[in-house]
Design a protein around this ligand. Structure first.
Ligand SMILES: [Zn+2]
Ligand SMILES: [Zn+2]
Length: 895
């Protein structure tokens, strides 16, 4: 780090080296930088799937977390960001099953134990690639605490919670309709089903009365389930069907007799008011079936083929082939009344997109209502706050309508359910146990463990405490639970965020965090979510390679605001990420200039030491930049605190790019070069304000700020900006007079630069300026800053006089100070007069014809009023332009 800064900013050479240095120093562990002091501040990283590869969604989510954790770390908190990976039951099992398919094998060929061993081998071999990728974008998680949800400790936590919930009657086994994926061959929770609107059809079918005296029409979108119908239901108050209740229908195709039942759950307004009842294939029908003791006929196999319970000619057919055949038979029997186009929501497996089949089976469930109640109360009493606030409504309505959570999965990869069954005659005991059982505790007979594993989310809903050692009462648990902020994308609000609140309240008695920041989604310029299947993604690592991690982070942060999505253009990386890299370049060049002009440690600007810079040593520009710097501290700090990260980034950007680099550094150059007195004061001011700027920017752009900050003269080798104290607001730095006075100097220079540009004065050409200040004080201010104005506006001379020549380019400042720039020496006045003359002529003609048009009674009275208004506005604007040009020609002395 002692070698000089490279002349060119090259992120790839500094980033990986700095990251290694940070981890060697142990800077991301909360113990290392604030031993025993400071309140803890904890963020739990949403654990990525162990086989995942970093995409922009991870990039955004983890950048936000890193910004917050770095900010709080610098504020002296014991900041802990806990990383981990998720074993991701279905997703990981699918990956390995695909690999096996390539070898012509299925998991059943291998058998359970060999298959699970194969998945472990795959996970060990590929490792958690994504964790290395998170390091490449600068994530300062405490890697020494990395967990995997199948680790021994976390597995113990899963078992402990299952047993505790079972003992309290909050976990139960039930025979219900669940969501079934016929491809993954497992049950899914309601949250794991993606509802998608599709164009389908609805068929209105006639079910004849068994005695041939008529029929009832029912409507269905899944005619194949007719094979499992065991009743038709109507509302008890529905006059149309009152006499039919209790009579029998002859179920077409299947040729069975089924009753007509009355049930209040039927909506008489829907369709014909009569519905078919298939208790084995629909959750509502299942409930109707329970109430009327109807038989259940399961007509589908796990693969969604027609089962042996259906007539032989349908057996083995795929569900959609069966649909076609059922319809064909109904059609030929004249029982299809009509078919209509129908747009409706269809559930798809969130892992493989196969259409879900509702299926009756034995599964394990968590009783959610008792867990949801305290979670709802924590939001209502203000313990939990959402950013943006409106997300609290989603949370509330989900909890209010919560259903029991199906947690058993018919998979092999995951935490096996800790339940053992005794098959001994006359015993049949079910045992739920914290330890593995080999024998039945009741009769000593053989015990058989439940075949299923638990939903992956059943382990990840515990991580706020299981990652810290629970159920052991560890020091980590005592220190870092509860945490503080959770940063997530909204799509796992129910899967994960809300469930963690329930488990935290239930097992730890406290919410796991109090602030929930739900950021937007990364989308392309057509507002489509970036995804592999659409091919519209951006690889964050490619961006890191081409533009640097700092540029990636800056682009993501500056492109987001609370509650909105981040739009990036996958087809044009250059225009998407180059602005952030240009900012880094600007910072690098400013840093190189400043550091090369610091001869050693600078004098402090505040404090009690004798070497401190005294107020009267400061120039107007010094006072101005110190005040601007303090304003940036206030603005950025408040924005970071309020999760307005883009505003924090913008405040620091403006301070560095405009105030510091474009104005202050340009202003103090002569003093820094040592040909004027006060050089050491200028160095002290530039060193301090630049140091503050780097610290304010560090959370967003950690690498470049560290690279520059470490090179300040006199810094110890071990010093890191990542644990440097956060800049404090200093009341004494406030200086409204300096802001106003130097502001006027800037405005004057800007006005002269504007005139130069307007008249095409060559950059190397000097001009004169004549300034008449609005009042005495301003005149004195501007005269004192004569050297700055002359140099930065490229003037040969500047005169301050109210009664001077009033020719040339002209501008009036906001305080009514006026400036003239005689242009005779700089441009060809004759040519400029000619150009302005042609332009004036053109405008005169436009004004004339427009006045004629608007003088025409017929046009004005007949045209729509907005058209007339528009034409009037045009006239006004052209007149104004004409007047400006006439005035300009007058000022230039054109004949
Ligand atoms: Zn699936
Ligand atoms: Zn037994």
């Amino acid at each position: 780090m002692s070698e000089p800064l490279a002349p060119q900013y090259n992120p790839s050479t500094i980033e990986s080296e700095l990251y290694r240095w940070w981890t060697e120093q142990g800077l991301f562990a909360p113990e290392s930088h604030a031993p025993g002091s400071g309140e803890p501040y904890v963020i739990q990283m949403p654990p990525p799937n162990v086989t995942a590869v970093l995409h922009m969604g991870h990039g955004l989510n983890n950048t936000v977390q890193d910004v917050l954790i770095r900010f709080e770390r610098m504020r002296g908190r014991r900041a802990l960001w806990v990383p981990g990976t998720d074993h991701a039951g279905i997703a990981t099992q699918n990956v390995v099953e695909r690999l096996l398919a390539g070898e012509g094998l299925t998991r059943f060929d291998l058998g359970r134990d060999a298959f699970v061993e194969r998945v472990w081998a795959h996970v060990r071999e590929t490792g958690a690639v994504i964790l290395e990728q998170l390091k490449a974008i600068g994530s300062s998680a405490d890697w020494s605490r990395t967990y995997f949800t199948l680790d021994e400790g976390l597995s113990r936590a899963v078992r402990e919670t299952f047993v505790q919930l079972y003992e309290k009657g909050l976990v139960y086994r039930g025979h219900y309709i669940i969501n079934w994926c016929p491809r993954c061959l497992t049950a899914l929770s309601n949250e794991e089903v993606d509802k998608e609107e599709v164009n389908g059809q609805i068929w209105h079918l006639r079910y004849p009365l068994a005695d041939g005296s008529g029929h009832i029409t029912i409507a269905t979108t899944r005619p194949e389930t007719l094979l499992g119908d065991t009743a038709v239901a109507v509302h008890p108050d529905d006059e149309r069907y009152r006499q039919l209740v209790g009579r029998e229908l002859l179920l077409p195709v299947a040729g069975r007799k089924i009753p007509v039942v009355a049930d209040a759950a039927v909506d008489p307004e829907f369709g014909s008011g009569a519905v078919k009842v298939t208790p084995a294939h629909d959750p509502l029908d299942f409930e109707i079936g329970q109430r009327h003791r109807l038989p259940t006929i399961d007509v589908m196999t796990p693969e969604a083929r027609i089962s042996l319970a259906a007539p032989e000619r349908f057996q083995g057919l795929d569900r959609y082939e069966a649909r076609r055949q059922v319809l064909a038979e109904l059609e030929s029997a004249g029982l299809v009344e009509r078919a209509e186009e129908h747009r409706h929501a269809v559930g798809h497996c969130y892992r493989c997109a196969t259409v879900i089949e509702p299926r009756l089976s034995d599964q394990w469930f968590v009783r959610m209502e008792p867990l949801a109640r305290p979670a709802l109360a924590a939001y209502r009493d203000g313990t939990l706050r959402f950013v943006p606030e409106r997300r609290g409504e989603d949370y509330t309505s989900w909890l209010e309508g919560i259903r029991d959570w199906c947690i058993s999965r018919q998979l092999w990869w995951g935490h096996r359910i800790p339940v053992w069954y005794c098959d001994a005659d006359g015993c049949g005991m079910t045992s739920v146990s914290r330890t593995d059982l080999t024998a039945c505790p009741g009769c000593g007979g053989p015990a058989r463990q439940d075949d299923d594993v638990l939903d992956t989310w059943f382990s990840s809903w515990l991580v706020p405490f299981s990652s810290l050692g629970w159920p052991e009462q560890t020091r980590d648990l005592a220190t870092y639970y509860p945490g503080h902020t959770l940063v997530s994308s909204p799509d796992i609000l129910f899967f994960w965020v809300a469930r963690m609140i329930m488990s935290g309240l239930h097992f730890m008695g406290k919410v796991p965090y109090t602030r929930i920041y739900l950021h937007g989604v990364v989308r392309d310029t057509q507002h489509r979510k970036m995804s592999k299947s659409l091919g519209n993604g951006i690889d964050p690592l490619e961006v890191v390679e081409r533009y640097g991690a700092d540029a990636l982070r800056y682009s993501l942060i500056s492109g987001m605001s609370v509650g909105t999505d981040v739009i990036l253009d996958p087809r044009d990386l250059e225009s998407t990420f180059a602005p952030a890299r240009n900012f880094a370049n600007k910072l690098w060049n400013a840093g190189r200039f400043i550091l090369s002009n610091l001869e050693g440690p600078t004098r402090p600007l505040a404090g009690s030491r004798t070497a401190v810079v005294r107020g009267e040593e400061l120039t107007l520009a010094d006072r101005w930049i110190i005040a601007r710097c303090d304003a940036a501290v206030v603005e950025a700090t408040e924005a970071y605190e309020r999760f307005r990260l883009n505003e924090a980034a913008a405040a620091v950007y403006r301070f560095i790019w405009s105030d510091l680099a474009d104005w202050y550094i340009e202003q103090v150059k002569p003093r820094l070069y040592g040909d004027q007195q006060g050089g050491d004061v200028a160095r002290a001011v530039v060193a301090q304000t630049f140091d503050v700027a780097l610290r304010l920017l560090h959370p967003v752009m950690p690498f470049i700020t560290e690279a520059l900050w470490r090179r300040f003269p006199g810094r110890p080798d071990t010093a890191s900006i990542s644990v440097a104290p956060w800049p404090r607001h200093d009341r004494r730095a406030q200086d409204p007079a300096a802001l106003r006075d130097f502001g006027l100097v800037q405005e004057l220079i800007g006005a002269i630069r504007g005139i130069r540009a307007e008249y095409g004065v060559q950059p190397g050409q000097v001009v004169r300026a004549v300034v008449s200040a609005s009042e005495g004080h301003m005149s004195a201010v501007l005269e004192r800053e004569r050297a700055t104005i002359t140099r930065l506006a490229k003037l040969s001379a500047v005169a301050f006089s109210p009664n001077h020549e009033r020719v040339g380019g002209h501008a009036v400042l906001s305080d009514r100070t006026s400036v003239f720039v005689p242009l005779g020496e700089a441009i060809d006045i004759g040519k400029e007069c000619g150009r302005l003359g042609i332009e004036t002529e053109r405008l005169l003609r436009l004004v004339e014809s427009q006045e004629k048009k608007l003088g025409n009674e017929q046009f004005v009275s007949r045209a729509p009023s907005d058209v007339v208004d528009r034409e009037r506005q045009k006239l006004t604007s052209w007149k104004e332009q004409r007047d400006v040009l006439v005035k300009k020609r007058e000022l230039l002395g054109c004949g």
